[in-house]
Ligand binder design. Sequence first.
Ligand code: ZN
Length: 312
Amino acid sequence: MPTRILVSEVGPRDGLQSIRSIMPLEAKCAWISAEAAAGVREIEVGSFVRPDLLPQLADTAAVVRHARTIPDLTVAVLVPNLKGAQLAVEAGAHKITLPLSASETHSLKNLRRTHAQVLDEVCSIATMLRELPAESRPHFEGGISTAFGCTIEGDVPERTIVELAEKLMHAGCDEVGLADTSGYANPAQVKRLVKAVRAAVGETALNGLHLHNTRGLGLANVLAGLDVGITTFDSSLGGLGGCPFAPGASGNVVTEDLVFMLEAMGLDTGIDLERLLQVRGILLNALPQEPMYGFVPEAGLPLGFTPASRRT
Ligand code: ZN
């Protein structure tokens, strides 16, 4: 099992895009700064989508510019297409993720594109990135969403995921990630799919999982990922955003609970959990009407809790 784990906070993108409320720019910046100060090393701060489609993320360029002033923080963004990737480069993002839905029906509904059209877009982005000087070229990830099942198609064959991962790498991605958009994944499936994809694209081309806790298996699935060598896990502070398909259920794995599990197991995240728990106050103030999730924020840390970094 790896001993150093990257927790990638996706709340400012994934969480905020799933709620109606629009968080003011100052609150977003305060949130990102506070998480970075607690030791979070990678944050997905927004998405370069058309502002009329997602007004919640219309200020992404300004958020990126703020996040870029924070030392040692990897500033990640989501981009749906070449135009978005160009804006991400202009703003100075360190990492861009282009989502590709494994379910073609889901892809047509959400991105209004077939797999072939998305892969063409990946090629155009990769070509654009290759022409940039190395120091301003962001890391390019292809994120396979609905990888563990789809709310429209149901089962998505593992062969489909493996083939899409290969195609994304051939089209010019630096790495691929797997996302349990629907919250359908189970631990045995996580292990099987990670192994199958890594066998096809190589050990180093799949490092990250984006897991949801919709059916209560979020952390069990993280553990399964750890068992097969995954080192990056996405999560959202307070589980912000919930699950659009299951009102009352959390969507993203809760960052506070994830960091607690990893640190309690002796896996170093570099995150100061006590400081992280305080960041929740920024969300509660800025979005008082939105539900927050998580067990550790409610129960508090166990007596005598020692984080991984303070053990010998
Ligand atoms: Zn998510």
